[in-house]
Design a binder for this molecule. Structure first.
Ligand code: FES
Length: 99
């Protein structure tokens, strides 16, 4: 699967695990290509962060700068539905936990 849209979670937990560095890296790697790289809010999988979502379909847990591009190119993500069963979501470490 070719990555056309990459979203880097910049919720509290993932940012604490340096997802901003992953975002900067991917933006640089995919500049001048058809692939858009964005930041996004919490993906509900905080304990497995940093999380990256590709094409609204696959999530990449425990993402690191040194391996994420290869993992995306090898299509190693896990099926993901942003609107999946809320019981499966873990928002406890995100800002929503403070509400
Ligand atoms: S902060 Fe990234 S999945 Fe929740």
């Amino acid at each position: 699967m070719e990555a056309k849209k990459i979203e880097v979670c910049c919720g509290g937990t993932c940012l604490g695990r340096k997802s901003d560095e992953i975002f900067d890296y991917l933006q640089e790697e995919y500049k001048n290509t058809d692939t858009a790289v964005h930041m996004c809010s919490c993906l509900g999988r905080c304990k497995k962060g940093s999380n990256i979502l590709v094409n609204d379909e696959k999530v990449y847990h425990y993402s690191k700068v040194r391996t994420i591009k290869e993992r995306i190119e090898n299509d190693e993500g896990i099926e993901y539905n942003r609107y999946d069963d809320e019981d499966k979501l873990d928002l406890s470490s995100d800002f929503l936990g403070d509400l």
